[in-house]
Design a protein around this ligand. Sequence first.
Ligand code: ADP
Length: 539
Amino acid sequence: MSEPEVVIKASSISFPRDRKISFTNGELISYDPATLQENGRVKVSSEEDVQVAVAHAHQAFPLWSSIPLGERISNLKRLSNLIYDDVEEIAALVSRECGKPKIEALTSEILPVLNMISVYTSQAEKWLAAEKPPFFWLAWLLGKSAKITYKPFGVVGVITPWNYPFYYDFGPALMALLAGNTVILKPSEYTPLVGKKAQELFAKLNLPPGTFQVIHGAGDVGQALIRARVDKIAFTGSPKTARAVLATAAERLTPVVMELGGKDAAIVLEDAPLETTAAGVAWAGLTSAGQVCASVERVYVSEKIAKPFIDRLVNNVQGLRMGQGLDPEVDMGPLTNERQLEIVKGHLRQAVEHGAQVLTGGKTKDQGLFFEPAVLVGVDRSMSLMREETFGPALPVVAVKDEEEAVRLANDSSFGLTASVWSLNRERAEKVAQRLRAGAVTINDHAVSAGLPNMPWGGIGESGFGRIHGRQGMQEFVYPSVIVGERFPRWKRLWWYPYNQKSYQFFRSLLVFLTNKPLLDKIRAISHLWRNLDLRRLH
Ligand code: ADP
């Protein structure tokens, strides 16, 4: 193991990527965090632009929602070829705006989006089909037949983050559109060019005007979108911003689906394969420079294997090659923006001040927003590094006595997005998984269900509520609407006017069938029912 490095250099970078100064004459400037060179610009939407977009979306809704689902599916299916044709451009763009290696743009953004298109379009008919409710004898006796249909909300506002811009600019929008909603997307101000690319790709589908629109800007534009009359909001971002989103949504009682952050734990049991687990945990904590809502941000390893595991983890981390993501031989790029770099540095600095040891990494570079991936020990819950979302390349490791302690510490978090259990004993790992408070638990890998569009994705606590992906995700973009039919339309219903003693007695006798009273009582009630049945055929 190398000597502990506890030096965290103050950043000497003067970076123009600050919210306040990234707007020039109403333009949003996109920067490459590896080189600090400008990538391009987009026009910021004004409040009026937002209102006009929302009005267009409302106008488009009746037409788009009335197009048969099969046609909506074939329209949206065409996106996959369009994305495939531009794959190099998209991968490079994602890499240049986020800083991540191009291969991550491919594996964690483009591939999942193509997966989503394939799974959503093949499942939409099933997921959105009307359902028959379970049989209920009383409703049947009283002549009712019912079904549950699913109707689109109207206009859906989709507000997305910068860490997986392509993935999020497409995911919720695809579901919302398939379900028959019109969509307004507001991409992150840090990745506007990916948002613009999404706009271009959707434009090639020639959907009815106003069906899919993109507006650009920072939080104020997001707020303007929520204030305008949208019918549902799909938000992905930090818990802090989520509170601001909810506060504004509360004014109109606009429903929201929230996909927020995490403080994912990896539990490494004593029978975990050391080399594989160290390699897996390094990847799970550091992919996308740790800027993943489901990054491993806490590692709880059995004390029986803590030393060799930490040695291997440090080896893995030290072997990572940092550089510009466009270079295929690079494992890790810079952080995406200076704000994030400051948060990561702050967490590490505070942890070190409270006694944590940095075994490797933890330094900035002189160029770009690079931060050497860090492994830390000697950490505890008094440190923000162990409680708050770091969203950066840091792996704090804690040795635990046993499984019990690992589960207790893993669950001791206000977040609950995902977790992982590393063990060769599948049965034992599943038992541990059952006890973890998280929206997904992966065994011997981490957070891979984000790439499985047939599975619900989301968390509990400060990780948000509602789900994206899967049937549950699709249901976020529709509301259940019940249709009840009548089998005896010409007969007066028993509960209509005029009320009288007979009808009172009829319902009085009926009640016993909804209790656990003895069978004899129920048999007696049948004759009362019959005597008091007041059937009248009207015209
Ligand atoms: P991140 O840390 O990923 O940037 P944020 O939660 O700050 O997360 O941002 C996620 C998205 O929310 C971005 O598109 C951002 O512009 C938008 N946003 C930021 N502040 C607000 C706000 N007050 N209201 C609505 N949207 C906002």
